[in-house]
Design a protein around this ligand. Structure first.
Ligand SMILES: Nc1nc2c(ncn2[C@@H]2O[C@H](COP(=O)(O)OP(=O)(O)O)[C@@H](O)[C@H]2O)c(=O)[nH]1
Ligand SMILES: [Mg+2]
Length: 254
């Protein structure tokens, strides 16, 4: 991080609190590197909610923008704010975040087809062998290797972002808990994602397994473990939407 002029901290718009890294923010402050919070997957939440999260981060002294990297939405604003945060001249940007927030997706769209790979210029020690530097226009240089941060939140978000789905223990319990949280905030989440009308997590798992034909040969019972894995994968891939509003600052009315 020391070599960059701006550190992008990607968070997931569906749960910015669970996907932010206070450790990164503190380390950046110590090094004097400005953080720009990038609220990604904003296509999954209403614009007014994305705007509320942006303001919530800015009230905490962090610049913030929202984007939908996969849809190439918001990247023009992102470039403008990067320059605003870094000031004039050549700017080196690096990308940080917990797993599955969209770091690789963002790096790829910023690199684009036309960006030129450049040799690291003087003043970028440590990146000479491990990462490439891409010139992405407007005097911005992007370090193409993301900083992967361990989740700090605990709970289900940390579990599903800490290991591949196939190696998570108690996968059914984990999926049920994730589904409960999602349903609490969006009762239609699984109707929208799969066309399943039930709002009961157990029933949704069974229904999804039946729909996909994941049945035990012997008794044709649904293999709910497969459905649990599919839901966690689809959630991480940004195919299931829910949102909640940022908490109000302490002491504010209502
Ligand atoms: N809905 C939605 N999904 C996204 C967006 N950006 C990335 N994703 C998906 O999120 C998943 C994780 O993205 P990836 O770039 O691999 O995350 P990384 O682990 O931080 O590098 C992938 O399935 C992406 O397609 C977005 O803006 N919207
Ligand atoms: Mg990646």
């Amino acid at each position: 991080m020391g070599v960059s002029d701006v550190a992008l901290e990607l968070v997931d718009s569906r749960n910015p609190i669970a996907t932010r890294s206070r450790k990164l923010e503190r380390a950046a402050e110590k090094l004097g590197v400005p953080i720009l919070v990038v609220i990604n997957k904003a296509d999954l939440i209403p614009r007014r909610v994305a705007e509320a999260w942006r303001e919530w981060f800015e009230e905490q002294g962090l610049r913030a923008v929202y984007i939908a990297a996969q849809r190439r939405m918001g990247t023009r604003v992102l470039r403008r704010v990067i320059k605003d945060v870094a000031g004039r001249g050549q700017i080196t940007v690096s990308v940080f975040g917990v797993p599955k927030v969209g770091k690789s997706t963002l790096i790829n769209i910023l690199k684009g087809r036309h960006s030129a790979r450049t040799s690291p210029y003087p003043g970028s020690p440590g990146y000479t062998t491990h990462a490439q530097v891409y010139k992405i226009g407007g005097g911005i240089y992007l370090i193409d290797s993301p900083g992967i941060l361990p989740p700090e939140s605990g709970g289900v978000e940390a579990i599903i972002r800490s290991a591949p789905v196939d190696s998570i223990k108690n996968i059914i319990q984990v999926a049920l808990e994730l589904m409960k949280t999602i349903l609490q905030h969006n009762p239609y989440a699984f109707l929208e994602a799969y066309g399943i009308e039930s709002r009961d997590p157990d029933e949704i798992l069974r229904e999804l397994a039946r729909m996909r034909g994941w049945l035990y040969k012997r008794d044709k019972e649904p293999i709910i473990e497969e459905a649990a894995k599919a839901i966690i994968r689809d959630y991480l891939a940004g195919k299931i939407s829910y949102f909640f509003m940022p908490p109000r600052p302490e002491g504010s009315p209502g």
